[in-house]
Design a protein around this ligand. Structure first.
Ligand code: PMP
Length: 305
């Protein structure tokens, strides 16, 4: 028997209150929302989504580059004939974060075609819009901290000549397959290379290299125009250009950028092992200060909640 009351195990914590989400114009308890099994998006991937980070700052939570994410969402949605009200989604983002009391979170707006016909001609289906907030977790997990073990994927990225490189739900089957293939082999992440040996991107991040202190952003027509990529180009004064796979091997450092991954150093690319990554580490520190509002620089990128 343990006589120390402090050591008595406490009862299991109550489950957190049901998170709220915003759906089609109103806040709703997530547990009470359902969806049609005949939603067009479920069958054909006809939706567009965003991933947006929310950071704690000294003055409360703030959303990083909200307007840029919503603008990209709108561009993707337009391809499917779906209207996006950016102001409504911005207000919804604030409402859902406040309702969930999330300070460090991942916002997930999703605009998709619902029920109304399973034909491939769209227009008859209703457009739904959702904004959910999830407690924060880096999707690269601890690999983001220790350095990502990256493997060249045997799969190709979907060509921008087939589907514009935006955040279409269906396009992500390509990323899921490549990531799964890499994970089954024990790797953290997969790198898409095109048929001519040009570097494209990773499954959920853009790619950068550092050589002799110079930072280069990989440019490729099939890669998502990443907002973190744009941020890092601005911070590092990086050049943006096409890069051959061999250049990554010869680089001093390689790193990945994404809303979720932030700036993640690559520890290894196939059999090439990288070193201490000092330039990447310095950029990580700078990025971390900016997104948490610890520097006046670039404060226009933050939307207070
Ligand atoms: N490429 C792909 C395929 C992605 O899914 C993401 C994540 N949105 C990125 C790159 C990085 O984009 P961002 O910096 O805008 O998150």
């Amino acid at each position: 028997m343990n006589s120390n009351p402090a050591a008595v195990p406490s009862p299991a914590p109550l489950p957190p209150p049901a998170p709220w989400l915003w759906l089609d114009g109103e806040l709703r308890a997530a547990a009470e929302t359902g969806g049609s099994l005949f939603a067009h998006a479920l069958h054909y991937g006809t939706g567009v989504f965003e991933g947006i980070r929310v950071y704690p700052t000294a003055r409360g939570a703030a959303i990083f580059r909200l307007e840029d994410h919503l603008a990209r969402l709108k561009r993707g949605a337009a391809h499917l004939g779906m209207a996006v009200d950016e102001r409504a989604l911005a207000a919804a983002s604030l409402a859902v974060l406040r309702a969930n009391r999330h300070e460090s979170a991942y916002l997930r707006p999703l605009v998709f075609l619902g029920a109304g016909g399973l034909g491939l001609d769209v227009g008859a289906q209703r457009t739904h819009a959702l904004v959910a907030s999830l407690p924060w977790r880096n999707h690269l997990g601890e690999a983001g901290e220790r350095g990502v073990r990256l493997r060249t994927s045997p799969l190709r990225r979907v060509s921008s000549g087939a589907v514009p490189p935006l955040k279409f739900c269906g396009l992500y089957v390509n990323s899921v397959l490549a990531k799964r293939e890499a994970a089954l082999g024990g790797w953290d992440e997969a790198l898409f290379i095109d048929a001519r040996g040009g570097v494209c991107e990773a499954t959920g991040e853009n790619v950068f290299l550092v050589k002799d202190g110079r930072v280069t952003a990989v440019a490729h027509p099939d890669a998502l125009p990443g907002i973190t990529r744009d941020t890092v180009i601005a911070l590092a004064g990086a050049e943006s250009r096409a890069v051959r796979a061999g250049e990554l091997r010869e680089a001093d450092e390689v790193f990945l950028t994404g809303t979720s991954a932030e700036i993640a150093a690559v520890a290894a690319l196939d059999d090439r092992i990288y070193g201490a990554n000092p330039v990447t580490r310095a950029l990580q520190r700078e990025y971390s200060e900016i997104v948490r509002g610890r520097t006046a620089a670039r404060s226009g990128w933050l939307t207070p909640v």
